[in-house]
Ligand binder design. Sequence first.
Ligand SMILES: [Zn+2]
Length: 158
Amino acid sequence: MNYDFYMRAALTEARAAAEAGERPDGAVAVVDEALVARGREQVRSSGDPTAHAVVMTIREAARRLGTSSLSGLTVFCAIEPCAMCVGALLESDADALVFAVPDPMVGAAGSVVQLATGDRLTRRLQVVSGILQSDATELRLAYADGRDARSGAAPRRS
Ligand SMILES: [Zn+2]
């Protein structure tokens, strides 16, 4: 599987989310090398706190494939998913998760908690991280700078 190619597509969604004033996260879903769904963070625009990129993408994949059991699915996303999103991946029977940058605040695929690969749940995901990490990090920093500029605070790069 061409990890860079699909991650680039996820980062395109993340960029669109950032341009819409959302957290810069985007995702795509892939089955048998075919891109079957795309999604991006839409929490602010929709007023739905669960409208994270991974959840939006899983919903779209299930709708397009006409099934709620998404075995064979790999989801690529810019930012390490939260507990809700990893939970949604597990509930959907997806096979694998690929993300670009870890999230030290809420990441649930190893950074804060590990829900994806543990042996206490009956389902688990293959996890690959660090694909196009520098591109995704730049995107996050640009978003943080823009947010600071909008709020009148000095830009920071930490
Ligand atoms: Zn999430």
